[in-house]
Design a protein around this ligand. Structure first.
Ligand SMILES: CC(C)(COP(=O)(O)OP(=O)(O)OC[C@H]1O[C@@H](n2cnc3c(N)ncnc32)[C@H](O)[C@@H]1OP(=O)(O)O)[C@@H](O)C(=O)NCCC(=O)NCCS
Length: 161
């Protein structure tokens, strides 16, 4: 279990630091996801898109970036598009701490539910979401590619899970 993690939002940074964090995220994103599923973590995510929030995790305030997440707020809902922990830091509780940070923050902001779509084959992610109170709502055959089904999951934040 990794402790002393620094979890923060790129919107709380100045522009040069935010751009540095976004470039570190881009490196991990490219290593983790195929090009067709890699999210473009461009400069415009800092301040220009206030509803799109990028959360990042470092080992200490100035330490290396080890995880990140991206969600979009729309009225009472949030859409969680990415959660990723760098490979060397997986299975040490980082994903749980990141999800807890997001849940607590959205609850404080009065958000009612979190929606996401996940590839059925991404077992660790599905398990992480279930552990955090998400429920499967719908299955979409061949959603990501032929033979790769998508699962829509929802977390009800008002239920206090
Ligand atoms: C999914 C992911 C974020 C989990 O991060 P993590 O830091 O390893 O997760 P944690 O160590 O906090 O584990 C929390 C829970 O996640 C699940 N989990 C994590 N790794 C797992 C694995 N290899 N197999 C099955 N379940 C796993 C378990 O439910 C675990 O709870 P447990 O330890 O009580 O069993 C990480 O594996 C990852 O970045 N995967 C690649 C990117 C991805 O698929 N993202 C989701 C789509 S955008």
């Amino acid at each position: 279990m990794l402790e002393d993690l620094n979890i923060s939002d790129i919107h709380s940074l100045g522009k040069p630091q935010a751009i540095e964090v976004l470039s570190q995220i881009t490196r991990i994103e490219k290593k983790t996801f195929p090009a067709s599923e890699a999210y473009p973590f461009g400069e415009e995510l800092w301040r220009k898109k206030p509803n799109t929030r990028v959360i990042y995790v470092t080992l200490a305030p100035q330490g290396p970036l080890i995880a990140y997440a991206l969600y979009v707020r729309q009225k009472g809902a949030a859409f969680l598009h990415k959660v990723c922990v760098a490979e060397a830091f997986r299975q040490k509780g980082v994903g749980m701490q990141l999800m807890k940070f997001i849940r607590t923050r959205l609850q404080k902001e009065g958000c009612q539910c979190v929606h996401l779509w996940v590839d059925k084959g991404r077992e660790p992610a599905r398990s992480l979401y279930i552990r955090n109170g998400f429920e499967e709502r719908e299955r979409f055959p061949d959603y990501y590619a032929p033979g790769r089904d998508g699962i829509k999951m929802v977390l009800d934040l008002e239920r206090g899970t």
